[in-house]
Each structure stands twice: as C-alpha cells, then as structure tokens.
Design a protein around this ligand. Structure first.
Ligand SMILES: Cc1ncc(COP(=O)(O)O)c(C=O)c1O
Length: 363
C-alpha cells in the first residue's frame, strides 16, 4: 500500500527519520555516560519503546498510569512515573503494578508520599521514590531545600518506600534558541545536582539524578553528577522544535496526512484534519496549527474540529489532493489517534496501535 492510498486523516511516521532520531539520542547518552530513560508519552507505543530499549534505553518514563501499565504489559520492565503523586486510585494502581515490574514514582508532597506508602504497604511492596525539584519551569516540584529535606525524611520514615533520587523537568527549554537551551540545560543540571549533594551530606542515599528534555538533553547530559536523561519528543520532533532550531525540518518524523476536501475560493483550502487531528497547540516560533511538509512557509491558519484551513493562494492544490502536515506538538497528536502508519518512502510498512493513548479508569 502507498501513502496516497491511505484514508485520511491519518498519522504517518517515517521509519528512517525515526531511526536516525532514536540512534542520535542513544549516542548522546552513551557519550555522556548517562542512562537514557525515554519519556514514552510522545509515542505511547510499545513498538517504539522496545526499539529504544534495543538501543540501550533504561526502561521508560511515563506520565500516566495507563502508559506505565501498557509498557509493563508489553514487557518493558523498568518504569519511572514522572508525575506528582496525589490521587488515591493512581497510588493503588501503581502499588499493584510495582509487583509486576521495577517501578519508581515521582513525589513532591507529604500527602502524596503518605498515599503511596499506604497503597504500597497494603500490596506488601516497596516503591522507589524520586523527589521532584523545580529547576525553573515552575510547574510541580519543590525548590526550597528545607522542604526537600523534610520530604526526604518523610519518605525515609515509610517502610514501604525507598528514596531513590531526584528528578526535574525543565520544559522552559522549549522555544529557546541555542544559547537559551545551553543556559537552561546547565542550570537544570547544576541545580538538581546541588540539591542531591545537600541530601547526601545529610546522609540520604541519592543514586539517581534524572533530568533532561528534548531541547536540553545534550547539554544536561554533560553536567557532572547527572545520572539519567528523560527526553520524549525527540523520537519524532515537531514543528515547534524545528522552528526553534533544535533540529532541521528534515528530522520531523511524524506528520498528519490530510485530504483537500474543499477549495471554495482561490486562496482557501479546507483539509479533513482539524483540531481533533492536529490539536490546538500553538508555537511561539511559527503561526498556525501545523506546517505543510516540504513547504514550511505554508501552514494551517485556523482549525475547527474536523476542518483545517489553509489560506495561501500560492499553493496549487485540487480537491482530493493529499498533503502532509507537521504538527506543532507531536505528542498530543499521537494521543488523538488509535493507530499510526509506519512508512518508508511512499510505502506503508505497517499499521501500529497507539496502545497507551487516553485515560482509562480501572481501579
Ligand atoms: C516530567 C517530564 N519528563 C520528561 C519530559 C520529556 O520532555 P520532551 O518531550 O521535551 O523531551 C516531559 C515532557 O513533558 C515531562 O513532563
């Protein structure tokens, strides 16, 4: 089957670009001698997680329990849930999963720690914890040394928990130029390593310092004391990362294949990929909701749920033509589809399920 025979909208992933992206990040980790724990929220696909593992990745990082569970059931046996604890069903499911795999969990509050400790004790299991440190994103995570020490003591007092280390996510490295990524990456690494030293000086054993996103991974991996990097979006990259210069457009491995379904006036083309295919995520570095592959100056100007509108008179398209859109944010797009097509040149190699998409509420 050829790409043009596919029904649309569809997510397509170019195998060769994916391979280059996976191998390059594996090399970054290997050269810096840090572990690579890819964040699988980007692809949500055991097929890619196992590929990452075959290139040396240490298990995976996940945000949701569904992601963790899907990866564990597919045979990925070392998972770090890099998301704040604080919801009781999540704690219970994690405790049960920890009987099936090597599981570690992010924490940033004593309420969360207590929830997890209780759930772990009732499952007669011990769970590894990493305290989340805020190194500048100002999302979750603790910044204050006294609070971090207190939380470390709380974890230490729980027989069903073990303090494994610290983690951080400097997501503010996204949208920065090369100099900004360098500054933020260094700061991210140095701040968390420093916090680790403070805890070690107080007698805590800190074996893992886990950090690094796609734009900061190469910088932070070289900061002495960092033991692990957790980039996610690097598997596909996307229009936001290409527009801010993290990689060239030729490295964007994922696109949404769409069909021109209407062309009512010369400068307006309507695609069958709207916000339910491309999402509404925007980028500070480019306008619109996705860029036309191969004509990066053209973009989807606006979206409704099932309509993507291109306003560009210079294009020469007809109703029925197919176009590929590089989305602004690849991770959310993957979550919108049940499956993706792996392609090589124009040939469709396979239809692969996005097994960890969405939220399931199994208690
Ligand atoms: C906690 C955490 N770790 C790692 C990542 C991976 O970052 P990126 O997708 O920029 O590589 C994310 C992304 O959202 C995250 O939230």
């Amino acid at each position: 089957m050829h790409i043009n025979d596919l029904p649309t909208p569809a997510v397509i992933v170019e195998r060769e670009k994916l391979r280059i992206n996976l191998e390059e990040m594996a090399q970054v980790a290997e050269q810096a001698q840090v572990k690579l724990r890819p964040h699988i929220k980007t692809h949500k696909s055991p097929f890619i997680a196992h590929w990452q593992k075959s290139l040396g990745a240490q298990g995976a990082a996940a945000a949701t329990i569904d992601e963790a569970e899907t990866m564990i059931y597919s045979g990925i046996s070392d998972i770090f849930v890099a998301y704040p604890m604080g919801e009781i069903h999540r704690a219970r499911r994690l405790a049960r999963l920890s009987r099936l795999a090597r599981l570690s969990v992010g924490v940033d509050s004593s309420i969360g720690v207590q929830m997890l400790a209780k759930a772990a004790a009732s499952c007669k299991t011990t769970i590894d914890c990493l305290i989340e440190i805020d190194t500048g994103l100002h999302r979750s995570g603790l910044k204050d040394e006294t609070q971090v020490l207190k939380l470390a003591e709380t974890i230490h007092a729980m027989p069903s928990l073990r303090l494994k280390g610290l983690f951080t996510h400097a997501g503010h490295a996204h949208g920065q130029d090369a100099a900004g990524r360098e500054t933020i990456g260094k700061q991210e690494g140095e701040l968390i390593v420093e916090m680790g030293s403070i805890l070690k000086a107080r007698g805590f054993s800190i074996e893992e310092i886990s950090t690094g996103s796609t734009p900061s991974a190469a910088v932070v991996a070289e900061v002495p004391g960092v033991t692990e990097i957790r980039p996610g979006t690097y598997v596909f990259y996307d229009a936001s990362l290409a527009a801010s210069g993290v990689v060239g457009w030729d490295r964007c491995a994922l696109s949404v294949l769409a069909t021109v379904v209407s062309h009512p006036v010369p400068n307006r083309y309507i695609l069958d990929a709207g916000s339910k295919s491309l999402s509404k995520d925007q980028s500070q570095d480019i306008p619109g909701f996705g860029v036309i592959k191969g004509i990066e100056s053209s973009f989807v100007s606006w979206v409704n749920e099932e309509h993507g509108v291109i306003e560009d008179a210079s294009l020469d398209l007809a109703i029925g033509d197919k176009v590929e859109i590089i989305p602004n944010h690849a991770c959310v797009v993957m979550n919108l589809f049940d499956e993706y097509y792996l392609v090589e040149n124009d040939l469709v190699l396979g239809r692969i399920p996005v097994l960890a998409r969405g939220h399931r509420h199994l208690t």
